[in-house]
Ligand binder design. Sequence first.
Ligand SMILES: Cc1cc2nc3c(=O)[nH]c(=O)nc-3n(C[C@H](O)[C@H](O)[C@H](O)COP(=O)(O)O)c2cc1C
Ligand code: SF4
Length: 429
Amino acid sequence: MEKPQPLTANIHPGLEPPDINAYEKLGGYRALRQAIGSMAPEEVTRAVKDSHLKGRGGAGFDTGQKWSFVPMGNDAVHPKYLVVNADEMEPGTFKDRLLLEGGPHQLIEGAILAAYAVQADIAYIFLRWAYRLAARRLTRAIAEAYDHHYLGRNIRGSGYSLELYLHVSGGRYICGEETGLLNAIEGKRANPRSKPPFPQTSGLWGKPTVVNNVETLCNLPHIVNNGAEWFQGLSLSGEGGTKIYGASGRVRRPGAWELPMGTTIRELLEDHAGGMKAGYGLRGVLPGGASTDFLVEEHLDVKMDFSSVQKAGSRLGTGTMIIMDDHTCPVGMVLNLQRFFAQESCGWCSPCWGGLQWVAQTLAAIEAGEGQPEDLEMLKSHVAMLSPGHTYCALAPGAMEPLGSALTYFSDDFERHIREKRCAWRKQW
Ligand SMILES: Cc1cc2nc3c(=O)[nH]c(=O)nc-3n(C[C@H](O)[C@H](O)[C@H](O)COP(=O)(O)O)c2cc1C
Ligand code: SF4
């Protein structure tokens, strides 16, 4: 039986996305008309809560619960804001790009539904600077949505008003962290903010703000149209819905696919990515982008949902897997990632700012055959020092996930570099 793909059924990469008339013919904006026409904002939140939709930005926080922290009622402070996190700079992650380029109206409808649920007055789409095609398509789609009175003052006579703006990022990874993102929109340096207060009560310009990921919001029209039970039924695990998974690395068919939440790593790798390229074997998988722990062959039957991947010792993150093959030096691969994280540190917490540079330098020395046996203990102490709770945001703890797990699963490779004073993979280049 065909697996339902509500998010991507109408997305055809390589073709122009449906314009607003085509989108409406496909059933688009029906959920929004129903919500603003006959549902109270709290009913929309209730529908999303019942679906147990978990945020697709990486942390997996329950979306309806997140909204429920926004002050509601006549005494609530205004303006309130809804921000779409379309920054997608996590290395190896390209799932939101598919939705942004292929279905801008689906995202806009989802964003208006979320904004309506929390009674936001203003919404921003915060877009990765490199996504130029998405920027063009979103600009056109936003104009069409205004023309059809799905945006602006008194939307379709409902009494609800919303302005939506596209904001293109300055282009740093830290701008994707939700409070760094808010500072960036305010025109400030994109340092994350100390929490609490959380954005739901004090976000943009100190006003109540919800930040949600692109894929999270694209689920909303389908949940409002079809209900929580339908959403649960899409999944192969206790966590509802589909997920846009991806795979990159030396696999036969790198790409992104919408599949039931809970699809196993093995199915993703073998059936959808086509297995490893001829001549290459599997050594490790970063299941959810660069800032997640490695999993290895024994984990191939793990379901790709938030709780199963966590039980296996990693995180679902963005659900887009980076595959490490047996011709790639694990030290070199982790070094490459640490250089990225060190460069993207905002510098607010000293352990992150100084620590990541130190980690990158040490890995570079090991990879060049100049490492010392005590370097491994030093790297492990950084993994402990930069663990969650020691920094203002999750960039540094995320950076430590591939490093800490590589030191566990590929310790022989690190030790061999130090013992032999060279990288054994170099001869294969
Ligand atoms: C360094 C860093 C970068 C992030 N980048 C993104 C991003 O590009 N897109 C995204 O949706 N979330 C990103 N996040 C997570 C956001 O802070 C936030 O949790 C997410 O946007 C919430 O959306 P959700 O509840 O719909 O998942 C990032 C987090 C960190 C620490
Ligand atoms: S952990 Fe790093 S990126 Fe995050 S606030 Fe601290 S210095 Fe900035």
